[in-house]
Design a protein around this ligand. Structure first.
Ligand code: 0L1
Ligand code: MG
Length: 261
């Protein structure tokens, strides 16, 4: 695929995000046979464009990490995207509905990295040894595609549907927890909507970051010291509506919340 077309698809997806407008998936409109490799090149264009515009990367994120999502998409490996500073909402803060298209929320555990981690061959144990802190989080995903309908290359090109994130207010040392056993509930307007445990993320959230390091290594890239990394959804993603009050309760980690305005 030509560089010109990659850039055009990247512009198209950024425009959809900025204009808060859902668009048809790019594999229908631009090029039916966009490969996974090409999709990551589109994502790279988007990331570079956002950096040029003055935004800062908070860290990479992992997506499609649950067995259910992987089965639904018929894939073996998860995907990654990037979270930027403008996407962070303070704990207890507001998600203005007019800033997004059709948001959904999922509960996750984020890692704050103490050191660079470079693949290949990285393990979950190595990730934990190089993690400063873990922190509970609520990720708000907002595919730029109509009705969240996409193929694997579409969603990779669209920065893995990344839109907003709310981090918990306290940081926790990882060795004090069995992250796979952490129970999480996700409630909206006081009603329990979803529950899960850390093991829903590829068996253990640290395993997800090990896969990330190994995937990045194939691109000559790595996890960096200071990155804050979303490891993947512990719960399914729930569609958000005007006035929703959202609360994620994490065993031993406290609560993360926001409301939709
Ligand atoms: O963070 C995620 O797991 C989202 C990945 C993209 C798939 C989706 O939009 O549901
Ligand atoms: Mg996610």
């Amino acid at each position: 695929m030509s560089n010109y077309l990659l850039k055009e698809i990247a512009e198209h997806l950024v425009r959809a995000e900025v204009e808060k407008r859902e668009v048809e998936k790019v594999t229908s409109t631009h090029k039916a046979d966009l490969t996974v490799e090409e999709a990551y090149l589109v994502q790279k264009e988007i990331v570079e464009k956002k950096i040029k515009e003055g935004n800062r990367i908070i860290g990479p994120k992992m997506g499609l990490t649950s067995k259910a999502k992987m089965k639904q998409m018929n894939i073996e490996d998860p995907i990654y995207g990037y979270v930027f500073d403008y996407m962070v909402i303070e704990n207890g803060g507001k998600l203005p509905l007019n800033e997004v298209i059709h948001p959904k929320v999922e509960a996750e555990i984020a890692f704050v990295m103490a050191e660079d981690v470079e693949g290949p061959g990285v393990t979950g144990v190595q990730i934990l040894a190089k993690t400063d802190y873990v922190v509970p989080a609520l990720e708000i995903i907002d595919s730029r595609y109509e009705k969240f309908h996409f193929t694997l290359p579409d969603v990779i090109a669209d920065n893995a549907s990344t839109s907003r994130v709310v981090f918990g207010s306290k940081l926790y040392r990882p060795e004090a927890y069995d992250l796979d056993l952490i129970g999480v509930t996700l409630s909206i307007n006081g009603e329990l909507k979803e529950l899960g445990a850390g093991a829903a993320v590829l068996g253990h959230p640290a395993h997800s970051l090990a896969m990330l390091a190994n995937m990045l290594a194939k691109k000559g890239d790595k996890i960096r010291k200071g990155d804050v990394i979303l490891s993947g959804g512990i719960t399914s993603a729930i569609r958000l509506e005007e006035e929703d009050v959202v609360s994620g309760k994490f065993d031993g980690f406290g609560e993360v919340s926001f409301h939709v305005g």
